[in-house]
Each structure stands twice: as C-alpha cells, then as structure tokens.
Design a protein around this ligand. Structure first.
Ligand SMILES: [Mn+2]
Length: 467
C-alpha cells in the first residue's frame, strides 16, 4: 500500500514538473517586478501614495472582448496580467501590519474561470508575483485607507470610457471607489505629470532582464521579415504576408504583435498607419512592412520595404537609397549625450537634401510633405514607449531609427515617383559609447534585400486545397 502511495506521489510530482516545464521560463521574474516597485518608490516624494489601475477590457463584438492587454505600467510594476486590478505603492510603511504596497486582484471564481480562463487570485499573486498584501477587488470599497493624510496622490489619467458590470468591484467599481475615497472631483494634472515623470525615467532605461527580452522580440521579428522577403511574390496578398509574420512570431513563442501590422503595397505603403492589409495582390510594387512581435510584453518595431518581384526599379532604388543614407547618418550620432531631438533633425536634413537633388522638392521645408513623421521613439512594453523625448540618449535606452519617404499619386512632382513609399526601421540599444543595432539580422542595403529575395521560403512549398 505504501509503495502504491509512493508511486502515485511520484506520478503526480512528475506530472507537475512536466506541466511546469511546458511553460515559458523566460518571463520577467517576481524579483524584477519587486525591484521596479522599489525603484518607483525611491522616486516618490515624502508622504505620498501611487495608484496604478489595470486597463479596461474592450468589446470586440457584442459579448466577445478583444484579447486582454494589461496596462504596461501595471505589468512593469507587478507582473499581473488580468483586468479589474489596482496597485498601491506607498512611500512609507503603513499601518500596524507594516505594508508598503497593496494589490487588489480579480477574485477566483470556478464557474467564470471555466468560461474566460484561469485567474491568479490572491494566493497566486502572493506565490507567483511575490506580493505579501493582496486582496480581492471587492474588498477595496470598504478598505480603510485615508487618502487625506497623504501630501500627494500620484496616478495616471483615469479612463472614462469603460464598461460597468455593476458588481461594484470591476475596474469601473474600483475607479469609483478610488475617486470617492480620494475625493477626486477633477483629475489633478500635477499628480498625472508626476506619475508620467516617474514612469518615464524608469522605463526609458532597460534593465538587463528587459534587454534580454528586447533582443529576443527584435530577433524573431527579423527572422519573420527575412522569411517574408524570401516568400513574397506579386501574387501574394498583403494579408498573407502579414500572416507569415504572425506565424513566425508565434512559432518562436511570442504572444502576438506589439501593434497592428502595417503591410502595404504601392499606394498603400504611402499611408503611414495603413492597417487594412487587404490588397489581394501585391503585384510588381514595393511592399512596406512595419511589423514587430510582442514577446512577453516587449514589442519590436521593424520596417522593411521590398520589391515584390525581387528587383527595385531605378526610381524605387533612388528613394530607398536616400532613406538608407538618412538612417546611416542618424546611426553616426547614436551615442550617450546626443539630444534625442537631434536624431529627427539629422534624418530630416539628409532627406531634404536628397529630395532636392532628385528634383522632387526645391525648398528643404517641403521635406515634411514626403517625410511627415519623426525618426525615433522609445521602444519597450509600449511600441511607442515611455521616456523623456526632450532628454539626451543614455546607455541602455532602446529606440527606433525610422526615416521614410512617401510619395502618393498626384503629388506635385514627376509622376515617375508616384506610389513609392519607403520606410526602413531598425531598433537600436544605446551602449556605453555607441549603439548596437538589434535588428541588424534583417538586411537593409538594397543589394542585400534583392539577394535575399532570390531565395525560396518554406512557405512557397506549402500546398492547400483549392476552394
Ligand atoms: Mn516605429
């Protein structure tokens, strides 16, 4: 009998280890999130409390929601990925229980979990996320917390367009309780500015753990871009090219994409945030693909522009080369100490001079017509990540370098340039005295793009039934 029990115990232990092993092991650790809360607390003024809410659930169709995406600030500070939650960080230790943070989470509920998925609950938040003071959301309304005693309540913009399930403890209920308790009649700009300042200064510098995830998300996005470069042809649809990216991201363990993919051929490539991706044939046009995976919360942001038939025309090549040169010039100043705004200015100078040389514009100011966006943004948990855009580059920042030129039909230039849209976007990490291009694995030189396009992809071999 004892032996049998032992065998059972062995079986269950084995089973448990097996199922644990099937989970990804490279998520941020609870020590990382705890460390970020500590860093946040260090930047808080004396006698203050910070309040960070989850993002709302959003309706996709009637009673179906979009896949939930957590507020990156809350994820950064807690690791909690479910809706209807709020985190409090106190500058000083509170109460006889001596806590300096409280997390309110969704209550476990067997029947709801059968329908909408597993919940961590209070126990899970303690064991998996390392919190010691955790309550269910329904306990917040009557939780004894006297906001009047704090000199500052630090919080982000409170969303107003959210659903109310009338339970009193969904996000709507939590926000109402907070507003009542903290006597917030009107959102306080100074409190929001302070919250933004603290989260900007933390999140603009990546820790080694974050840098590892950044490398991974960018690397697998490059693999996807390279595969599409090989697979694409004039008969492919934009959406199918988009689908190859998506498949490869998931193949390498990414949850999905960090933003809606932009896959636009010809005229569609001239629409900056084109998202329909619905042209059924790419044809012999340039295909602009701005696609990046989201891997364990961290977004890549890579753009490549390729000729669908494998060869750039002379005009396409001239525009492409100008965007490439602009990017190269910006790379030269990517090092600690350079004002971030200089990246925008440098890229614009090069593009303006080049467009004048090609006879497309005559006044440098008109470069804005064909290059209407900035060159760089921070990258991380948000694709347009938090950080101080008026500051200087610092070691361990991760940013994009993404000049582009877009010449829609009917532009006031020779029509040989019409419907050429080119963006080249790379993700760089600032090092001690220079930068590292994290997306160097995907070719940028036009010669290298054409060379890769001659190769065949596994996706070209796939056969499906005709319908
Ligand atoms: Mn970008």
């Amino acid at each position: 009998m004892k032996q049998l029990f032992f065998l059972f115990a062995l079986f269950f232990t084995f089973f448990q280890i097996q199922s644990q092993e099937n989970l990804p092991t490279d998520y941020l650790s609870k020590e990382f999130h705890r460390g970020r809360r500590e860093a946040f607390r260090n930047l808080m003024p004396a006698n203050s409390v910070a309040v960070i809410f989850s993002y709302p659930d959003r309706v996709f169709s009637k009673d179906i929601n979009y896949n939930y995406h957590q507020n990156p600030d809350l994820y950064y500070l807690s690791g909690y990925k479910e809706p209807d939650a709020v985190l409090f960080i106190f500058k000083e230790t509170q109460g006889p229980e001596k806590y300096n943070e409280i997390l309110f989470v969704r209550e476990r509920n067997a029947s709801k979990e059968t329908w909408t998925g597993r919940r961590l609950g209070t126990e899970g938040a303690k064991s998996k996320l390392g919190f010691t003071t955790v309550y269910n959301g329904k306990d917040f309304k009557n939780f004894a917390i006297d906001f009047k005693k704090f000199d500052k309540i630090i919080y982000d913009k409170i969303p107003t367009d959210i659903g109310n399930d009338k339970s009193g403890f969904d996000l709507y209920g939590l926000l109402e309780s907070f507003k009542t308790k903290a006597a917030i009649i009107q959102q306080n700009g100074a409190s929001i500015d302070l919250f933004t300042h603290i989260t900007n200064s933390l999140r603009e510098i990546k820790t080694p753990e974050e840098m590892e995830l950044m490398r991974k998300t960018v690397k697998l996005s490059c693999i996807a871009h390279n595969e599409v470069m090989k697979a694409v042809g004039p008969d492919m649809s934009e959406n199918e090219a988009d689908g190859i990216h998506a498949y490869i991201h998931r193949h390498y363990g990414a949850e999905g994409e960090g933003y809606p993919p932009i896959v636009g051929a010809g005229a569609n490539g001239c629409i900056l945030h084109y998202g329909e991706n619905n042209a059924t044939k790419i044809d012999n046009q340039l295909l602009l693909m701005d696609v990046g995976s989201e891997y364990h919360g961290y977004s890549a942001d890579v753009t490549r522009t390729i000729p669908a038939n494998g060869k750039f025309t002379e005009e396409q090549k001239a525009i492409y080369q100008l965007v490439y040169e602009s990017q190269e010039e910006v790379f030269k100043i990517c090092k600690p100490g350079t004002p971030i705004q200089d990246l925008n200015e440098r890229s614009r100078e090069v593009i303006a001079a080049g467009l004048i040389k090609l006879g497309i514009i005559s006044d440098p100011k008109d470069s804005r017509i064909y290059y209407p966006h900035g060159c760089s943004h921070f990258l991380g948990l948000d694709v347009h990540d938090k950080g101080n855009y008026m500051g200087n580059l610092k070691e361990n920042m991760v940013l994009t370098v993404e000049p582009g030129i877009y010449i829609p039909a009917n532009s006031k230039c020779d029509k040989k340039w019409w419907n050429i849209g080119v963006r080249i976007e790379d993700d760089i990490a600032i090092t001690k005295d220079s930068y590292e291009n994290l997306s160097a694995e995907s070719p940028r030189k036009w010669q290298d793009v054409e060379k890769l396009a001659t190769q065949k992809s596994t996706f070209n071999e796939m056969k499906f039934p005709k319908i």
